[in-house]
Design a binder for this molecule. Structure first.
Ligand code: COA
Length: 255
């Protein structure tokens, strides 16, 4: 039985986590299947953006599967986090095509970390987000302590991580944790519209912009040097020729 479905429509891959009875919690099978889905979407030249969502009206992902935790040693716990980071969370964060999380309910623990690994986030009005790990005697292990402060700032991130409390979609929007909030019934349509707005732009430039923003040393001299290099590489592309010609000829570019 698979816990992942992939649909494709007009250059957009829609990946749905389908483990609704367990609120789409991430067990090793879900993580492996998601990883495989992203590997195949990366290789598919017809796909230019990805939307990641959860099935059902209640949860995006209610976290890592807690039922797999009892009995794990410190070394096994570390290996679990390391494998998940490498195989899934970092793969999404460094994906060369834009990835949008369509958050359709609870995004907790590993679920919020999964949304944070995506490049953009849209939440349904019923969504609730949090990192409750300290209430279980753990800390976030799939990038939560690293990515959340980058998105909402250290103070707000520490408030969420240390209190283990959830915030609602409105607060997530106010804090910049999500880019937009819409009624649940409009969520997928809004995510598709966002992807379509992005896909009007030059594919090579989109990949270069993602690589520069996601560069591990962003903000440091190496990050500025990487941006310069990416900027230069755009000049050699047919996308660049088309984009500039279209502007000068007062027409829409055809990428
Ligand atoms: N891991 C494993 N199973 C989970 C899960 C998780 N992270 N989150 C939910 N489930 C399971 C529940 O055990 C339950 O299974 P059951 O029907 O076989 O008993 C099912 O999903 C439905 O969840 P339930 O708790 O009954 O729904 P609820 O509406 O009462 O509560 C939540 C929803 C999200 C508040 C609650 O499920 C929850 O707190 N989940 C854990 C969140 C968490 O701590 N995540 C971080 C993990 S590191």
């Amino acid at each position: 039985m698979s816990f992942i479905s992939i649909e494709t429509s007009e250059h957009i891959g829609i990946v749905t986590i389908a483990r609704e009875k367990k609120l789409n919690a991430l067990n090793t099978q879900v993580i492996e299947e998601l990883s495989e889905a992203f590997k195949s979407l990366a290789k598919n030249p017809d796909i230019r953006a990805v939307i990641l969502t959860g099935s059902g009206p209640k949860a995006f992902v209610a976290g890592a599967d807690i039922s797999g935790f009892p009995g794990l040693s410190a070394a096994q716990g570390q290996a679990l986090a390391q494998e998940g980071q490498q195989e899934l969370f970092d793969r999404i964060a460094h994906f060369s095509k834009p990835v949008i999380a369509a958050i359709n309910g609870f995004a907790l623990g590993g679920g919020l970390e999964l949304a944070l690994a995506c490049h953009l986030r849209i939440a349904s009005e019923n969504s609730r987000m949090g990192l409750p790990e300290v209430s279980l005697g753990l800390i976030p292990g799939y990038g939560g302590t690293q990515r959340l402060p980058q998105v909402v700032g250290k103070g707000r991130a520490l408030e969420m991580i240390l209190s283990a409390q959830m915030i609602d979609a409105q607060k997530a929007l106010d804090w910049g944790l999500v880019n937009a909030m819409v009624p649940l019934e409009d969520l997928l349509e809004e995510a598709i519209s966002m992807a379509q707005r992005i896909l009007k732009n030059a594919p090579f430039a989109l990949g270069a912009a993602l690589a520069a923003v996601q560069y591990p040393k962003a903000g440091q001299p190496e990050g500025f040097a990487f941006e310069t290099q990416q900027f230069g590489s755009c000049f050699g592309t047919s996308d660049f020729k088309e984009g500039v010609s279209a502007f000068l000829e007062k027409r829409k570019p055809n990428f």
